[in-house]
Ligand binder design. Structure first.
Ligand SMILES: C[S@@+](CC[C@H](N)C(=O)[O-])C[C@H]1O[C@@H](n2cnc3c(N)ncnc32)[C@H](O)[C@@H]1O
Length: 261
């Protein structure tokens, strides 16, 4: 079943915050790349509830957000109300952006291509609507899991795979995206914008696991889901007899920048 974000607004918003220093650095980078414009025109396809767009709006950018999910756009409309920048929201697909060529100073994308089978079209569309000399940014978070989290994660993947559930993850790996940007848009510069550690104890990870992850696995029937989460709890107790063991992850927020020629 394709992953729809219509029912995921709350879990998505709660679980995916970038820390303030990462957001500040991102906003500063967009400002630096858009030069003298007081209200640079910026576009984000697959904008979701706007975790990257909101700091840009705070800084006065004119952000155009595109998403196929109306509930995501509604949430962003509510959150962006009253901010200094202008926010235009459009329900459309990233693969067919409803804007003329060269409309924007800068376009960026984050956590989107893995959802789109023909992701290249979304990339070409983004480059099409950015003016020559403007920038296309591919933002990503790279995670280095601690050994404990790697084991926890492997246990969960094994249990989920035993249910027969498969996400329709259709997109490319990050290096393929960056290579395609380099070949089709322009020379790519990579920047690492922020690093931080996230994590929790085993006990914290398991607390409410059922409810938190359920929306992501809506395709699994209820009895199988309950059994699978129960099996994870049992497996975690074996792997980590001390439930205060930490499951940490080093996150690095990185951006690949291509100048449109
Ligand atoms: C994982 S969220 C990322 C949101 C935001 N870019 C971020 O990094 O926080 C993916 C978003 O892309 C939207 N989406 C998925 N496929 C899309 C498509 N073909 N065109 C436009 N938006 C799409 C989803 O509805 C969802 O809001």
């Amino acid at each position: 079943m394709p992953l729809s974000f219509d029912d995921l607004v709350d879990p998505f918003e709660q679980g995916r915050g970038l820390p303030p220093h990462a957001l500040r650095t991102f906003a500063a980078l967009v400002r630096a790349l858009t030069g003298d414009h007081v209200h640079p025109r910026v576009v984000e396809p697959g904008i979701g509830p706007g975790r990257l767009a909101l700091p840009l709006l705070l800084g006065g950018c004119h952000v155009t957000g595109v998403d196929i999910s109306q509930p995501m756009l509604d949430r962003l409309a509510a959150r962006s109300h009253g901010l200094p920048g202008r926010c235009d929201l459009v329900r459309a697909s990233a693969t067919a952006l409803p804007f003329p060529a060269a409309t924007f100073e800068l376009g960026y994308v984050a956590s989107l291509f893995y959802l789109i089978p023909d992701w290249q079209w979304a990339l070409y569309e983004l480059a099409r609507v950015v003016r020559p000399g403007g920038s296309v940014l591919f933002c990503r978070e790279r995670s280095d899991l601690s050994p404990a989290l790697t084991r926890f994660d492997a246990a969960w993947r094994e249990l989920i795979s035993a249910t027969g559930f498969r996400h329709e993850a259709t997109g490319p790996d990050d290096e393929t995206v960056i290579r395609t940007m380099n070949e089709r848009i322009g020379p790519v510069e990579r920047r690492s914008l922020a690093q931080w550690t996230i994590g929790q104890t085993v006990a914290e990870a398991l607390d409410g696991y059922d409810e938190r992850l359920r929306p992501l696995y809506a395709g699994i029937p209820e009895p199988t889901w309950t059994r699978t989460v129960g099996a994870l709890v049992a497996r975690a107790r074996e792997l980590f007899p001390d439930s205060t063991t930490r499951l940490d992850c080093q996150v690095s927020f990185e951006v690949a920048i291509a100048r449109v020629s």
